[in-house]
Design a protein around this ligand. Structure first.
Ligand SMILES: *Cc1c(COP(=O)(O)O)cnc(C)c1O
Length: 435
């Protein structure tokens, strides 16, 4: 498969180049030239297949030209060592719990998949061994998922850039305590500053001569695409219940990588009727749907901090996927935006009416689905984070004392280590040049 750039000014790349480079030369995002439909027989039997087998079929459809079947099966099976159940919250509303991975983040799948795929390419390459440096900007969850997905993978070093004081204490522990091939960089700024530093680093000629750089943000095809596995699996489980005919999928969104993967799934034939992109107060995509104008803004800090994005990078992919047609995009996807007070209110209401504990991100999804679902439709919203990850907030809002899962608590025991950094690119560049 060849990959082209959304900016249309870079040469075509093969998968290896797209994964190793992350961003195309013209700063565009890589898109596959073709998205093949999966055969009808696959959808006929999907309800009886395992998560791993469903995922392998989806992966083969995308990566089958570039990775041999045994290698790909290995990567997929290693990535999906956990379940992702759908849970009924109330009549016609289900949640897809995406937080059962190693760091309890849905990003675990893309992170691990990408780490294993990069390793596959490094091992296959006849070139002299040169360390691949992964740069990743995070507002919390990406950093922990990527750091843990790449931990101990030979030939790869990871730099996690995060905004000082703006990630939850548990999240911070998940990428600052690991050591080995993981370095945490604490940036005096907001998430958008971290993202800008990473983007500038990729564009810097001197730096790229000095070291091999790639990105593990959802701009990387190997990071965002595997998230499509979740949606095929959710479809299979809801089909098993006989409820798949008028299915609406609602995705709490920040950089729009997760929903973009769902949309790629849809292009592969996944029978989802329509989508809802749920946002917090960062309403750039919502406004685009209403006006047809895409106007990035500085991000606003909210309770759902993993969605505090003022210029969602995967918008370019979605725009491109539908031929830049606002009409096509807005007829398939609707939007919603909620401020912090509405998020609190939704968490309380859902807890008292159904007993289900939402985290602030999932709360946006639940509310958007509840307000947006039409008669005769069944909806699934993604619960993108385990509520214990935002324990202080959730406890405070719901007046409960939520238990921290053992797997999360284990991270809290390590010692925090990070490199302080200003938001000026020249400082970051000097630092990298010394590595
Ligand atoms: C990353 C993240 C999101 C947003 O996902 P995108 O792919 O960036 O749209 C939502 N919720 C949580 C908890 C996240 O970690």
């Amino acid at each position: 498969m060849k990959y082209y750039s959304t900016n249309g000014k870079a040469p075509l790349a093969d998968l290896e180049k797209a994964v190793v480079k992350g961003l195309a030369e013209d700063r565009g995002l890589y898109m596959p030239e073709n998205i093949y439909k999966l055969p009808q027989a696959f959808f006929d039997d999907i309800q009886d297949m395992s998560f791993q087998d469903i995922a392998y079929n989806v992966a083969a459809n995308f990566f089958g030209d570039d990775v041999d079947p045994d290698g790909l099966q290995d990567i997929v099976y290693d990535t999906l060592s956990f379940d992702c159940p759908i849970v009924k919250v109330e009549d016609n509303i289900y949640t897809l719990e995406l937080f059962h991975g190693p760091t309890l983040a849905f990003k675990d799948v893309g992170a691990r998949f990408m780490a294993r795929l990069l390793q596959y390419f490094i091992n296959r390459s006849s070139e002299a061994h040169k360390t691949v440096n992964v740069l990743v900007a995070t507002s919390g969850d990406t950093g922990s998922a990527v750091a843990n997905g790449f931990l101990g993978v030979e030939g790869i070093h990871v730099y996690v850039l995060y905004p000082k004081g703006k990630v939850s204490p548990i999240q911070e522990c998940q990428f600052t305590t690991l050591g080995k091939n993981i370095t945490a960089i604490e940036v005096d700024g907001v998430f958008d500053d971290c993202q800008a530093l990473v983007k500038s680093a990729f564009m810097d000629e001197e730096l790229n001569k000095h070291m091999k750089l790639t990105s593990a943000n959802s701009i990387n095809v190997a990071r965002f695409l595997p998230q499509a596995f979740y949606y095929f699996n959710a479809y299979a489980r809801i089909k098993k219940l006989g409820l798949a005919d008028n299915l609406v999928m609602c995705v709490p969104s920040g950089n729009f990588g997760n929903i973009c993967a769902a949309l790629f799934g849809h292009e592969m034939g996944l029978p989802i009727k329509r989508f809802i992109a749920a946002n917090n107060a960062n309403d750039i995509f919502y406004n685009y749907l209403q006006t047809g104008k895409y106007e990035p803004k500085a991000s606003i800090q909210t309770l759902a901090n993993a969605m505090d994005v003022g210029d969602p990078s995967n918008f370019a992919r979605i725009y491109n996927l539908y031929g830049q047609s606002h009409e096509r995009i807005s007829s398939l996807i609707s939007g919603a935006t909620y401020n912090d007070e509405q998020i609190r209110e939704t968490m309380r209401k859902c807890y008292s009416e159904t007993g289900y504990i939402l985290d602030p991100h999932g709360a946006c999804g639940y509310r958007a689905l509840k307000e947006g679902l039409h008669l005769g439709e069944v909806g699934i919203f993604c619960e993108t984070a385990h509520p214990a990850k935002f324990k202080e907030k959730v406890d405070d809002i719901l007046g409960i004392d939520i238990e921290i899962p053992e797997r999360l608590a284990a991270f809290m025991k390590g010692k925090k280590q990070s490199v302080p950094m200003s938001k000026d690119f020249s400082d970051f560049k000097q630092y990298l040049l010394k590595q």
